[in-house]
Write a protein that binds this ligand. Sequence first.
Ligand SMILES: [Zn+2]
Length: 423
Amino acid sequence: MEYRRTAVIKLDTPKGANPILHETVEQFKHCANTASEWCWHGRRQIPVESGCQPETRGVSSDDDGYHVTSKAKAEQALYDQLRNETNLTANLIQKGIRRAVEAVKSGVERLKRGERTSRPYFSADSAVYDKRSATFHRDHVSLSTVDGRIECDYILPDDSEKPPTKYVSDEDFEFRMAHLQYRDGDWYLHASMRKVEESDDPESDSKHRTVLGVDLGVNNLAVASTGRFWSADEFNHWRREYEKRRGSLQQCGSRHAHENIESVGHKETGRFEIYLHSVANELIEEAVEYDCSHIVFEDLTHIRENIPKATWQHVWAFRRLYEYVEYKAEEYGVEAVQVDPRNTSKRCSTCGFTHSDNRSGEAFCCQKCGYENHADYNASKNIGLQYLRRRQNADDGGASVDVRLNRGTLNVNGEYSSTALGS
Ligand SMILES: [Zn+2]
């Protein structure tokens, strides 16, 4: 039986290491973005017609062989060039190329399903390390950089019962690989750890699993069942600015104005995407921190009916956000799933009573048991519970799964228990 956990470890970097780590990550991104460009635009260089964005062009089934999704092919074509252009070790160059190929693969899958997507672009300050480019110890790590190896101590909380200390100090958990990430002025190691244990109880490895429920909306873009909110204020502000500028350009009506509308659109889209990437990263962080195996969203198929106030930009944002979480979460061993959203906003997450009177704007107050909370937060718990019910019906061996809240969990019957973090 195998346990997989991600330990998020803050690093104590030695003096002078900061610029070297930054340069390493920059060069890693250069490898990934160069590979993404090459793989996405493929071997046949199709001339770009005016007004047609190659990134968002749909691909029909006979376009197989246009995008490159083979790691071996990409490495063969790009390795020497990137070796010349960077000071990275062979292993890091290879990891950069592979990261891009994985992302291009997911992009091609989306195109095949007829969805719009664009060439993967790597903007987050992050690099991928395995056991050849990093040596993982229990209290420090040695990282390969553009300027030799750098050793960083771990900054671990004292509580050995909680992650990340719990896993890092447990010799049974081995380090498999890690993402070096820079966030808010600090460096972190997102380490994937694995514990292999012999046992004659085949069910116990999936016991204690928890899921993170996420509600999407127009006032709060996302609300997690752990009580974390992502406000849509900034997004809504940009959206209104965009509509205003587009409106005034449209009044001019000239060809020139039309081109301006297009350019406003592209600029805003880029801005939204950057914002949505950061929300997606934070949702995954939340899931990793709370040790959740799944991030549960509502099914977006009938999103316009479920959220009548959603504009086309909101719908676009929800779809993008889910897409980002879906492909990013994979690297952390977390899975993004969607469930039927019916009644998730009207249902009481405590007693199950479902009535439209339970909800009034942002306030939820159960007409039966009196449970009161923010309506979006109540919905996020219901979305997690919906997934639990679906699994219960799926009959997968009776493994218990709970919804993760801030200081405890909810079981499939909506019963709360205050439990310690971890497995
Ligand atoms: Zn109730």
